[in-house]
Write a protein that binds this ligand. Structure first.
Ligand code: ZN
Length: 121
C-alpha cells in the first residue's frame, strides 16, 4: 500500500482550498520502492488553469515524480476522461474533491482504479 505523509496531505488540502474555486495541480515525489510519497513538486505556472490543458512539455522530466494530485472544485472525486489519460503517466494519482462543505480524497493508480493509501507521520 502507498504511504503518504499526513502533513503533506494537510498542506495540499490547504493549497487546494486557497485555489478554490480554481483547480489546484501538483506532482508527488518520493521513494518508489518503499511506496512512500514524501514531497510535493509544485509547478506554479500550471496551477489554477484547467489542468487538462497542461502543456506536458512543462512537466519536469524527473523520475522521482511518482504521482499527480489535483483538486476538483465541484466536489467530485471521479476522474474525468482527461484525468484517466493523464493518470497513465503516474503510479499514484490523488483527486481532492472540494466544495463549500466537504473535502474528499480519492486515490487512483495508473489505470484509474481506486487505491488505498496509508497516512503516515
Ligand atoms: Zn480532474
Amino acid at each position: 500500500m502507498w504511504k503518504i505523509k499526513k502533513n503533506l496531505i494537510e498542506d495540499v488540502i490547504q493549497s487546494a482550498k486557497n485555489y478554490y474555486p480554481k483547480e489546484f495541480l501538483c506532482f508527488l515525489s518520493g521513494d518508489k520502492e518503499a511506496k512512500e510519497i514524501n514531497e510535493i513538486v509544485l509547478i506554479p505556472t500550471l496551477n489554477g488553469d484547467d489542468y487538462s490543458s497542461v502543456n506536458t512539455y512543462n512537466i519536469p522530466i524527473d523520475n522521482t515524480i511518482l504521482g499527480s494530485l489535483h483538486s476538483h472544485p465541484n466536489g467530485s472525486t471521479f476522474p474525468s476522461t482527461a484525468d484517466k489519460k493523464f493518470f497513465k503517466r503516474y503510479l499514484i494519482n490523488v483527486i481532492i474533491g472540494l466544495d463549500t462543505n466537504n473535502t474528499i480524497i480519492n486515490v487512483f493508480d495508473d489505470k484509474s482504479n481506486k487505491l488505498d493509501i496509508e497516512l503516515i507521520d
